[in-house]
Design a protein around this ligand. Structure first.
Ligand code: AMP
Length: 282
């Protein structure tokens, strides 16, 4: 696996492959890699000739300075895992390489970026949009792979691709989970053993909500039922649980378009914030 730390280096390397007609798959990450990330790399390997993974902890998408400084960094383990998975190129820029100086450009989203994650993390999706569009311009992949775990992010990137006319095929990869159902996340590293166990309630609650909704179609009753599951938990604080349509990520009042309905949740455990989701029909 080749490690490129500069834009120039990765561009030159890819130019070579492109001239041979090889298709390029791209997996953007913030590192602290786990099986979820590696699943994206595997998907890219299955679908493209060459796989590029980026590791960049993007400061512009953090609205909380502590969250940014506490974000785990495990670069040696990460490159080992990528190598074993068969990633071809690791793009590993530093902040100066990506932003030159202070960012002088912003991308602003309306609509879905104001809902759920956007409303609890102001500016988050603008930061995601900026870094993803920069990475797309640098790598110019044929396909890019994102996890369903960050469902709203996937639709933000889809809006970016549609509205800025990127010629990139987006692929969504299903969420990889621990044995108790907890969605794998780099932030799980900051949980104690006990917290990790209790966090299994997040996926359990989504499953209960999904089943009740399919049985009763009573949106308000299901929201109440799921919220009550967290009332008795000492460690888990429910930030939101919403039943939305992926058209606009607003709480939905009807289940008319069942295949677009998703159950989305955010939970705080101590200083760690976790998100998860389940499509109604999954
Ligand atoms: P991150 O490093 O958290 O920015 O995530 C990089 C990519 O990995 C994003 O597309 C995430 O949605 C995806 N991802 C993170 N966790 C998982 C998971 N448990 N299963 C599948 N994909 C994931």
């Amino acid at each position: 696996m080749k490690i490129c730390k500069t834009v120039k280096e990765v561009r030159n390397t890819l130019q070579n492959s492109r001239s041979k007609g090889q298709s390029i798959g791209f997996v953007p990450t913030m590192g602290a890699l786990h099986q979820g990330h590696l699943k994206l790399v595997e998907a890219s390997k299955e679908n493209c000739d060459l796989t590029v993974t980026s590791i960049f902890v993007n400061p512009t998408q953090f609205n909380n300075a502590d969250d940014l400084s506490n974000y785990p960094k495990t670069i040696d383990e990460d490159s080992e895992k990528l190598m074993t998975t068969g990633c071809d190129i690791l793009f590993l820029p530093d902040v100066k390489e990506m932003y030159l100086s202070k960012p002088q450009l912003r991308i602003g989203f309306d609509g879905i970026a104001e809902q759920l994650e956007g409303s609890f993390r102001p500016g988050h999706f603008d930061g995601v949009g900026l870094v993803v569009s920069k990475l797309f311009n640098i790598i110019q992949p044929d396909q890019a792979f994102f996890g369903q775990k960050d469902l709203q992010q996937f639709f933000i990137v889809k809006a970016l691709v549609d509205h800025l006319n990127y010629s990139i095929q987006l692929r969504m990869v299903p969420t990889v989970r621990e044995s108790n159902g907890l969605a794998m996340s780099s932030r799980n590293m900051r949980l104690s053993e006990k917290e990790r166990k209790e966090a299994g309630l997040i996926y359990k609650a989504l499953g209960i909500g999904q089943k009740s909704l399919l049985n009763s179609s009573d949106i308000q009753a299901v929201k109440k039922e799921v919220k009550e599951l967290f009332d008795t938990s000492e460690r888990l604080g429910l930030e939101y649980f919403e039943i939305i349509s992926t058209d606009d990520f607003k709480p939905t009042e009807s289940l008319f378009n069942k295949e677009k309905i998703a159950l989305c949740i955010a939970v705080n455990i101590g200083q760690v914030r976790l998100i998860d989701n389940l499509m109604l029909i999954s």
